[in-house]
Ligand binder design. Sequence first.
Ligand code: SF4
Ligand code: SF4
Length: 383
Amino acid sequence: MLYRKYGKLGFQVSAFGMGCMRLPRIVTGNETEVDREKACEMIRYAADHGVNYFDTAYGYHNKTSEEVLGEALEGGRREKVKIVTKQPFGAMTTQPDIRKNLEATLKKLRTDYIDVYLIHNIGKGSWADIKRRKIIEEYETFRAEGLIRGIGFSYHGQYPAFKEVLDFYDWDMCQIQQNLIDVDREATEEGIRQAGKKGCALVIMEPIRGGSLATPPEPVQAIYDEYPVKRSSVEWAFRHVLNYPEVSTILSGVSTMAQLKEDIEIFSKPDAVPGCLNEEEKDIIRRVREKYLSLKSIPCTACEYCLPCPQGVQIPGVFTKYNDGVMFGNFDPQKRSYTFQIRANQDASHCISCKACEKKCPQHIDIVAKLKTAHEALRGWVE
Ligand code: SF4
Ligand code: SF4
């Protein structure tokens, strides 16, 4: 396993961080629960094979992920690893909730402290409230009491708001999405550079894009096959993010022991270091990205000219998920992600066919019809 420096906290962390949001599950009808035996076996295997970074969250796996991680690490392993977890703003209804939730988390994790505690999923919408409610100050109190050692945030949004959040505070860590397709989506490469400049530890999530990049369609595989060094598509995806010198840890949410072993092997190769991509390899990745994007079904550019929809439908969000499902030939990750849109009442079922959006779309997309198609393909995820 290769290790990297973790910003100003100075930890030496494994370049591979085990994400605990896709632990193995047992499905019974419409109910699912973590397969604790398998999950604990995997977590212990990872900790015994050089992985010293575990990422979880208050809400993962119906609030049971922290519990499983705590169980797996108890008895000698906890002290050897870093545990990072997150509290969502949505669970902080009152000010005392913030401490109550942390105490519940510590109990579930069977530990006295958390190495880095994140505000989960800061977005443009929640940021003003997070500042108003002085959440960072609450976290600083926890740090002064020794309950947490570092303060960070995870982010899913566009670059300008990311920059605003990053510059607002002297964060110990920030966690963003980056993968070989979405180089310029969300926080973007510029976000990576800015975090590096501030000395803030940078953690990458979704490097395999929810698993989608693991099974490339034939035209994409053909591009990988041209390169003389044979690598799995997962390794190509990891190397894209390993290449950034600013990155401390790359998270991958593993569901099977085979995936875990493959990931550990990739991150243990001596050349899996910053700057690992040569010019020819960068060109392969660029062509792979272009090929994926050419497979999009609805020509939505996510320009957002169609917004706001009077019914609150997040039109580009629906189309992006649908396009991803088509592009990767697998709707499961997108269905899961669509449940968040449904919970926020921003899904396509709220469309009343007023067609106000269609008049504003520069791509002349028949939005109403396409929303119906997308909704049929995306609904029905069972957690
Ligand atoms: S047609 Fe549907 S999606 Fe478009 S603006 Fe009207 S309600 Fe919103
Ligand atoms: S205006 Fe058209 S292209 Fe732009 S986000 Fe809306 S649907 Fe997509």
